[in-house]
Design a protein around this ligand. Sequence first.
Ligand code: NAG
Ligand code: NAG
Length: 737
Amino acid sequence: MRNEDVALFESKGVSKSMLLCRRAFAGSTSLAILSVWLYRCFYFVYDYQSHAHALVWIGMFAAEVWFGLCWLLTQASRWNLIYRRTFKDKLSYRHEKELPGIDIFGCTADPTIEPPIMVINTVLSVMAYDYPSEKLSVYLSDDGGSDITFYVLTLASTFAKHWIPYCKKYKLETPCPAAYFSNSAPPTPASEDWASIRELYEEMKNRIQSVTELGGISKELRLEHNGFTGWESFSSPRDHDTILHILIGVSSSREVKGVDGCALPNLIYLAREKRPQHPHNFKAGAINSLIRVSEQMSNGPVILTLDCDMYSNSTRSLRDALCFFMDEEKGYEIAFVQFPQSFENVTRNDIYGSSLRTDMEVDFHGMDGFGGSMYIGTGCFHRRDTLCGRVFSKSQRDRGFWRKGNDNQYFIETAYDLEERLKDLASCTFEKDTQWGTEMGLKYGCAVEDVITGLSIQCNGWKSVYYNPERKGFLGLAPTSLHPTLVQHKRWSEGDLQILLSKYNPASYGFRRIHPGLIMGYYVYILWAPSSLPTLYYCIIPSLHLLIGNSLFPQISSLWIIPYAYIIFSAYAYSLAEFLWSGGTFLAWWNDQRMWLYKRTSSYFFALVDTISRLVKYSSTTFTITSKVADQDAYQRYEQDIMDFETPSPMITILVTLAMLNLFCLAGLAKQLLVDFSRTLETMILQIIQNFFLVVINLPLYEALFERKDKGKVPSSVTVKSVFLALLACACFTFLH
Ligand SMILES: *[C@@H]1O[C@H](CO)[C@@H](O)[C@H](O)[C@H]1NC(C)=O
Ligand SMILES: *[C@@H]1O[C@H](CO)[C@@H](O)[C@H](O)[C@H]1NC(C)=O
């Protein structure tokens, strides 16, 4: 039994009746799925018509087996949901004097895609945590090696002198300046300070705007700050020396204090060395460099990794995370604490399904119930030693790991000497013949390095925790257009497929090391890319068979229709209920269903094709960063829930082709109905419903195709190609039969 007085956190499952309800649903649906499989087998033998028909039938069977198994996997992550709560007061009461140092790593890669103003808002928001400043260090890794980002960071360090004391004085809940000032009315009661701090912010913003518009730093500005010496050797973002600068360093020659004399967190800028002939391993490489450099400076035992668009929306998150790590009874086995990925820029009806609602509100809680959520790269607190590959051992319970920081003795030398000494740690050649990227730090060679890293930590024996408070700890920007959303999912599913094909496949790598339920939880994501094939089959073949009046499902009078009807009804009712229960709207759910289809038929399909073609003929992984800038027009359409199809890419083409194909099949069906209404309805009711569903869910697409005139409509090149392809498919199919 847990001693409730000392526990710093609490874990709760869902209520008994809810659990029973879920399990009854899971049981009955499993039975229905089994019946569907039986039906396919039975009729295959009993009703053998021709070889061609048999092939189609086997395809349907395979798709249904696949969907059934995938569904079972999703039920695993609903078996045992766990919700966490922390007791921060107890933490302060018992450990305030010995709070550990925390190192915060932000990563940015390109100032044109990730606007510098956004980056420094993130930096400022994490500097303002309700935490002893001298124990906090913020490291920004700039993989763009951009002098603009550096300059902007120097401005931020100046602004921080006013901002941090202001946040502490007024106990601000929103430590991100942009979010704080977006509300242009002064807070009540209004303070004199508000106007002056706002003016400082506006001034900084204007300066940032002018350098971003200029696209560079002028000579005069360079002279103003001696930090620009690092850029002498700079020739391109892919070819430069290490640039390391301590902008604020507690107890160093660059010590900077707030206006009221209070200490500020350390602030360090790092652009690691890049050379065209050396692979740089993207974000994983950047974080590993930060791990090494920070170890020689602040060496905080806890590390927070963040994307540069995820600002902190709560000043208490650090304390929340520590409640898990410092819990007397269970803390010693927890390796990382993952916060949900939440977004600021998602509209109510979320047309692109970017809020990942069921993943964040259900799946991750389910994985937590089996020993730990995934690590998703951002908003995650790690123990430094586990991130560096330490294996868990029960015999060496290490309760006081957080006491191991460097306690600020690291700035005995001058900042300049320190910078020079540590540069080598971020060089291209440092990792040669070391275990970095394999056993230590983040893993290399995968587009979702974070998931693999989290998995291997769990396989090293550690637990992880998913903490999803009511008030979100971090808020980021979701893509607000269709094509970027599809591209982002293509990258994710491609990375997940790489895991499936690598030695880190959870089924083999995690076997007997992590809970089978957790393995299943991982599989839900890992099977994304291959799921595209059965989905495509299911969206194309039954519809085409409408054209020739060929039935692929049980007749309306057959008893076999019952399991189908049950699955359709219960699965949709359940998913809707779950979606509404986790705070979504009906329309958002409907949009989510559409995006489910779009992602499966385009992103995942292309991820699969690309991965296979890479296996066959060698080509290397690419890493696309999702753009965080949206043009005004496009953003307006997003806010009005109008989908954007403007990019003439193959991914959009395949969506339009599918939609057109189903429309033509609907026309073919109308013809069949005219010929023999009752027989067609009698034999093909499920196929008709399915085709109808596909047409209805594509309504926004038809609108963009035929009606709309704005820039987000389907480009005419795509229209021509798609109509041609869909017609060709229908014609060939009818001709061959
Ligand atoms: C962000 O913080 C504000 C308070 O400053 C709060 O009202 C809001 O609900 C938070 N956002 C989320 C998504 O939790
Ligand atoms: C995010 O939302 C704000 C308003 O809520 C808007 O001004 C901004 O342009 C949006 N950013 C992006 C990248 O869509």
